[in-house]
Design a protein around this ligand. Structure first.
Ligand code: SF4
Length: 417
């Protein structure tokens, strides 16, 4: 077990090395390819009920976290997940999984390459490299319906055609396209790039200087950069067509799901589809191959978001005081208050403290927990200078008087207490 401070040093919790939180141990599971069979999803739900507090979080890397595990029951949880085949093929050390893919990877007819298969080859390469930074991440985007440009990554691979993949590298100012490769050449090239960062201290790619990056790229069989074309974002919730069938994206509000809700999703995957659930990096459960009506209605009734215009999709939030010792506000309950008053088109981040775990980037409105109230930041991050401080009632009251983003400064920029 590890203390929360470890997170500041780039450490990540896993199933064998859970993290202490306010509501018990948090054990993160990294299912291979972010794919679960219905029986595996049922096993996770059962484990969360019997050995945890019945709550689960979906992560922005397609992982799932079991909350509220007690130290004496943790070994039993691990045993149950091993028995369900859920610990197979995962790196034994952090980073437990390098790649992030679309939840439709490998089954999306509009994909240019099979991103699922390519990601698995990169994982195989990565398993032989030790000393990588714990948060090293590689986005593998097959060019299909779900674009991954909003997912942060050290290395970004985007299919340009069936025979070309664009390679981008994180730099201090954002992603930089550095070259293009044939898909077959990608695993070895990526292996060489990340090996260079593993030497010594285990850096992230945005931390190496330009000379190091140039030196690293010179050694690779990489062609001049090509910039992938713009692709519209697929809906984050509800039905996404996949050829003759569809996938249903079920979003638990703020990424928090109950064991019962996961178990119900598993049974719907058998009733309406092929008994499979995928974990989306946009914090959704995805049921692919749905061939009958009715799944979305049941999911809505069970509390999942299945409507793309649901205002809760505009809010990012962390576990707050219920799950983290640094939080002093009930971020999920307060998010529901804000959602009820939120006009469309405004992004909100409600953070339990300035660490900003749920959303490192800027939002139109960021509320940062502070002694039971919130510091209010407009157009910035949880670490930026606030304009004012207000309780949740006052924030909701001010939001009720606005119609769009431009009104935020009018209602929060006055410094009213
Ligand atoms: S942002 Fe939220 S989860 Fe992260 S340390 Fe602060 S209170 Fe805890």
């Amino acid at each position: 077990m590890s203390a929360p401070d470890d997170l500041r040093r780039g450490w990540c919790p896993g199933m064998l090395r859970p993290m202490e939180t306010r509501d018990g141990l948090l054990a993160r599971l990294h299912p291979r390819g972010s794919v679960l069979s219905a029986s595996q999803a049922q096993a996770i739900a059962e484990g969360a009920r019997r050995f945890g507090n019945g709550l689960l979080d979906l992560s922005s890397r397609g992982n799932i976290q079991i909350r509220g595990v007690t130290p004496d029951l943790h070994p039993h949880l691990v045993e149950s997940l091993i028995a369900a085949g859920l610990m197979d093929g995962v790196r034994s050390e952090s980073p437990f999984r390098l790649t992030t893919i679309s939840p439709l990877a490998g089954i999306d007819p509009s994909e240019l390459i099979d991103a699922s298969a390519l990601a698995e080859r990169i994982e195989e390469t990565g398993r032989s490299i030790t000393g990588l930074h714990a948060k090293m991440s590689i986005v593998v985007d097959g060019g299909g319906a779900v674009t991954l440009d909003r997912i942060k990554a050290d290395i970004r691979l985007v299919a340009l055609s069936t025979t070309r993949v664009a390679v981008g590298v994180a730099r201090p100012g954002g992603n930089k396209w550095v070259g293009a490769l044939a898909p077959t050449a990608v695993p070895a090239a990526i292996g060489a790039m990340i090996s260079a960062t593993a030497d010594g201290v285990g850096q992230r790619l945005r931390e190496i200087d330009d000379d190091q990056l140039t030196h690293c790229l010179k050694a690779l069989p990489i062609d001049p950069p090509e910039i992938p074309p713009f692709r519209a974002h697929a809906p984050r919730a509800g039905r996404v067509p996949t050829g003759d069938q569809a996938a249903i994206f079920l979003v638990p509000p703020y990424g928090r799901c109950t064991a019962d809700a996961l178990a119900r999703a598993a049974s719907w995957s058998q009733q309406f589809a092929r008994g499979e659930i995928r974990l989306s990096p946009f914090r959704a459960l995805v049921i692919p191959f749905v061939s009958a009506e009715g799944c979305a209605t049941l999911a809505r009734d069970a509390g999942f978001i299945v409507d793309e215009d649901d205002p809760r999709l505009s809010i990012s939030t962390c576990s707050g005081m219920e799950g983290c010792a640094r939080g002093s506000t009930s971020t999920h309950a307060d998010s529901n208050r804000i959602a009820a008053a939120l006009p469309a088109g405004i992004s909100v981040h409600i953070s339990g403290c300035p660490k900003g775990c749920a959303h490192p980037g800027p939002a139109d409105l960021t509320l940062v927990g502070d002694g039971g109230a919130y510091q209010v930041v407009l157009g910035g991050t949880a670490r930026d200078k606030p304009l004012t401080r207000a309780g949740i009632d006052a924030v909701a009251e001010r939001l009720a008087g606005i119609s769009d983003r431009t009104d935020l400064m009018r209602v929060f920029g006055t410094g009213r207490p």
